[in-house]
Design a protein around this ligand. Structure first.
Ligand code: KG4
Ligand code: ZN
Length: 353
């Protein structure tokens, strides 16, 4: 095995690769929370004509971009593979073709450099990303993980210790934002476009449902909200801005209600949000107010760490390295990979990352 700690004072340096959806990303991150270099290439332009991510196109784009991007990040940092302590890559869940491109590249680098390989769960990357941004965020914390493929409430008790308290029984929240954008003709990706348009609308203008609100079950549901958005649009009675604002308000109300359910069952020192939808300012403001009501700290990573990126994957590697965790070179890429394997299956729960 190569030297993993050449100098005890030197913080570990981890190379991270992310390729599970439509972002190709590479980052170098240190154990003392420095993002030494990072690059990210979005495939928005390739997928926009189809109104969503096309797996085959995504895999091909990752395959074309990843190697030159690795070279560029190492050049940006003026470092070589010999300076790196471990290679981390997303190994799932996600679109399998893309995941394989990133994971196989990481295996080749790990083998060539004789450094440990870390096969990272993409959701673990999101779950630990707030600790990269905030050195004071200690375990445990209550995490709302809201992305294009997932909508979960997790108890994060330590590295590798995740308890799923709630998930969606149908659509993820990011998916609901994307579908609303599609219905309103705002294009892809939808979340930021819905947020922008919502600023010009009245959040009380359109009566929309709050699925699961008040339910004794802990879970989320967004399919009914999406159908109601479609009906509101087809009625011709409302402006797109009013629909966008009302949808966003309904979504936020659902988040607050479900988090209230989780907080009624247990106290947590901090409320943390991660994943692409955590970039939404209305969502962040509502969560911040909820945390204040419950006397909890509120932590939300900077916007660039919310949406998919490789710094969070490298950081997950930094968290695991001191625990002596690494993975064998024959580890498999996994299209599905729940963070909490003990959690009961819930019908229709999202499959994307
Ligand atoms: O975490 P992420 O980049 O990728 C996944 O792992 O899924 O999340 C992407 C999702 C998309 O559904 C996108 O529409 C949503 O996050 N999103 C937003 C915003 N920015 C991204 N949703 C609402 N408001 C935003 N500002
Ligand atoms: Zn993600």
């Amino acid at each position: 095995m190569g030297s993993t700690t050449h100098n005890p004072d030197h913080a570990a340096l981890v190379l991270g690769i992310e390729s599970s959806c439509d972002e190709t990303a590479v980052a170098l991150v240190t154990g003392d929370r420095r993002i030494v270099a990072q690059r990210i290439a979005s495939q928005e332009a390739e997928h926009a004509p189809y109104g969503g991510v096309v797996p085959e196109i995504a895999a091909r784009a990752h395959a074309e971009r990843l190697a030159p991007m690795l070279q560029a990040v190492m050049a940006d940092a003026r470092l070589g593979l010999a300076d790196v302590d471990a290679i981390a890559a997303t190994a799932g869940p996600g679109l399998i073709g893309g995941v394989m491109v990133g994971l196989v590249s990481a295996k080749a680098l790990a083998m060539a450099s004789d450094k440990p390989l870390m096969a990272i769960n993409h959701l673990e990357g999101h779950a630990l990303s707030p600790r990269l941004a905030d050195p004071d965020l200690a375990f445990p914390y209550l995490l709302l993980l809201v992305s294009g493929g997932h909508c979960q409430i997790l108890g994060v008790e330590g590295v590798g210790e995740y308890r799923r308290l709630a998930t969606t029984i149908d659509d993820a929240l990011g998916e609901a934002f994307d579908k609303t954008a599609k219905i309103l003709g705002l294009g892809y990706p939808g979340g930021p476009a819905v947020e922008r348009l919502a600023r010009e609308g009245d959040p009380g203008a359109v009566a929309l449902p709050r699925p699961m609100k008040g339910s004794k079950e802990p879970h989320f549901s967004f399919a009914g909200l999406k159908s109601a958005v479609l009906r509101a649009h087809e009625s011709g009675d409302h402006t797109a801005a009013d629909i966008a604002a009302s949808f966003q308000q309904a979504a936020v109300d659902c988040l607050i209600d479900r988090l209230g359910h989780a907080l009624a069952a247990g106290k947590w020192p901090a409320l943390v949000v991660a994943g692409g939808v955590a970039a939404n300012q209305t969502v962040r403001a509502a969560l911040e107010a909820l945390a204040a009501q419950h006397d909890m700290r509120f932590v939300a990573p900077p916007l660039a760490l919310c949406t998919d990126n490789a710094a969070m994957i490298a950081w997950a590697g930094c968290e695991r390295l001191p625990l002596g965790q690494s993975d064998p070179l024959d580890i498999k890429a996994r299209p599905r990979w729940p963070l909490d394997p003990e959690a009961e299956k819930v019908r229709g729960a999202g499959v994307k990352a």
